[in-house]
Design a protein around this ligand. Structure first.
Ligand code: ZN
Length: 162
């Protein structure tokens, strides 16, 4: 299995970057390993979150756009980009940003047009579980979601006993 970044091309149109593939992939196939150029404790618009307080620049993969119906998954535990479904040669690659991002530094409005579009892309903490459960979520996102739910439960309990 060859998995290099050489099969990926960045296209720029009106300052809008896209990442496309020169090769077809089957569902579940590893497309490439995720580069990690440096680790920061705060996100910016080019970083990918890989753990609770860890954000990294990902080289060419920074050109990946968000989609609510994405064709790739970023597995931040194993640092791999994986095909979420069969992908054709020439297709633009996209992933679901809240699958890695808990709270984004630069939220935006999604115009992907998919039936299950979340519209406001701001990070997983702003989405209901009923939306998140339809998506691949990385371990750190699942853990932070559980932490948030536990904190909410504890808070409600305090309110009742006050
Ligand atoms: Zn959308």
């Amino acid at each position: 299995m060859v998995s290099t970044m050489e099969t990926l091309t960045i296209r720029t149109e009106n300052k809008f970057r896209t990442l496309t593939t020169k090769q077809a992939y089957k569902k579940g196939e590893v497309i490439c390993t995720m580069p990690s150029e440096n680790i920061m404790d705060k996100p910016n618009r080019f970083t990918v979150q890989i753990a609770k307080d860890r954000h990294t620049h990902v080289g060419k993969l920074a050109a990946l756009n968000h989609s609510c119906d994405p064709n790739v998954v970023l597995d931040t535990e194993h640092m791999l980009m994986i095909a979420r479904r069969d992908i054709e040669k020439g297709e633009e690659l996209s992933f679901f940003y809240p699958a890695t991002e808990w709270e984004m530094q630069a939220p935006f409005i999604c115009l992907c047009g998919s039936a299950n579009c979340i519209h406001v892309v701001a990070g997983a903490r702003f989405l209901p579980l009923s939306t998140l459960e339809h998506h691949y979520l990385n371990k750190h996102i699942r853990e932070m979601m559980i932490e948030l739910l536990n904190n909410t439960k504890a808070h409600l309990k305090n309110l009742k006993s006050a």
